[in-house]
Design a binder for this molecule. Sequence first.
Ligand SMILES: Cc1cc2nc3c(=O)[nH]c(=O)nc-3n(C[C@H](O)[C@H](O)[C@H](O)COP(=O)(O)OP(=O)(O)OC[C@H]3O[C@@H](n4cnc5c(N)ncnc54)[C@H](O)[C@@H]3O)c2cc1C
Length: 372
Amino acid sequence: MQTYDAIIIGGGPAGAACALSLMLFHDKKVLLLERGDFTQPRIGEQVSHSIFDFLEYLDIPREAFGAGCFTPNYGKESYWGSDVETHHFSLFTAQGKTYQLDRARFDETLLMTISERGGTIIPRCKQISMAQQEGCWQVQCVHPEQGTLHYQSEYLIDASGRQTKIGQLLGIERVVTDQLVGIGAFVEHPERVFEQQQKIESCEYGWWYMAGLSKDLAVVTCFTDMDIMKEKQLNHQEVWNQCLAKTTAIGGSLQGCISTQPKLWVKQANSQYYASDFPEKFVAVGDAVASFDPISSMGIGFAMLSGCHGAYALMHEQKTAVRDYQQDAILTFDEYCETKWDFYKKEQRWPNHPFWQRRLIKPSKQQHRVSA
Ligand SMILES: Cc1cc2nc3c(=O)[nH]c(=O)nc-3n(C[C@H](O)[C@H](O)[C@H](O)COP(=O)(O)OP(=O)(O)OC[C@H]3O[C@@H](n4cnc5c(N)ncnc54)[C@H](O)[C@@H]3O)c2cc1C
């Protein structure tokens, strides 16, 4: 069985930031397991300027990502609370400069840096079970060609994202505060210029978002709750198209576009956090420890921050460091809930629709269940 200092499950920004921190500041031998083959398109691309602070901390120059990986945004067209257009109406990123990421290139550069610095990455390798025995984590995974693989390590990091199953396997309690989903498509038009375009628009059953990803490619997503999606059949292309066509601004700006994939994608976008104590020598980072409504544009920044902070806490000699880290994540979640509520209540046109009713209720402080 191969042995590492730390095994990281998940190769998104959180797992990558954690691996780089462990290698750079603690000289650890890391193994990163990723179930995908890195060809699937990654969702989420708006980030705040703070992304550069994390890259500096990890000693990765901005130039390593190549020209055009970070495109400055010049304002979001917003139709929220009325049909009248406003600008810069976003939750957390309204104050500072914001950027649009070339997400594939961003994630790829982080992973290449891990490899170049001596870390091991195994793609197409899905973790299926784990156990802690005599101070060691035993991790079992499955690979399409190599079959079942076994690894062991002193430390284990859950960076497996919003749909993580690891907490459930380890008996860590999870609090889920809504059931938001995104139903989306990548669309293209050879004669349109989508670059630097961003539009957000509320509607009775949720909200729509479009962002130009390159000159002729854009992503368009409908956000609603899972039960509403099922009831309205919003995951059916025809219904989704009809709803898009009825929007005030987004549908019109995408007329004549063609979807680049045969099917719509559906992604969980709910808010949640880990609420009970972690086992010894374990930490969760990124969406796995706390995940946020995409309207906040917080996910990628938080993934990087918690990846770095989680690695630091895990290596700290103070026994309470991981617990303090987790407590911080819950406090961040509390503040986020307040800001999110402030944002959603600016839309008062459909107070009786379940989507808005659910979001107009003042959030109560999350119960901090990690031991004091
Ligand atoms: C529709 C949508 C739009 C968004 N827009 C934005 C945005 O504009 N800005 C922003 O900052 N955030 C946005 N987000 C959130 C952002 O995408 C996430 O917060 C961010 O990707 C979290 O990074 P992560 O590394 O924690 O998780 P992920 O990026 O989800 O990475 C987790 C990885 O773990 C792998 N994995 C899972 N289980 C296993 C397993 N058992 N074994 C091996 N590998 C496993 C997965 O394949 C995945 O690659 C959006 C989210 C959604 C759903």
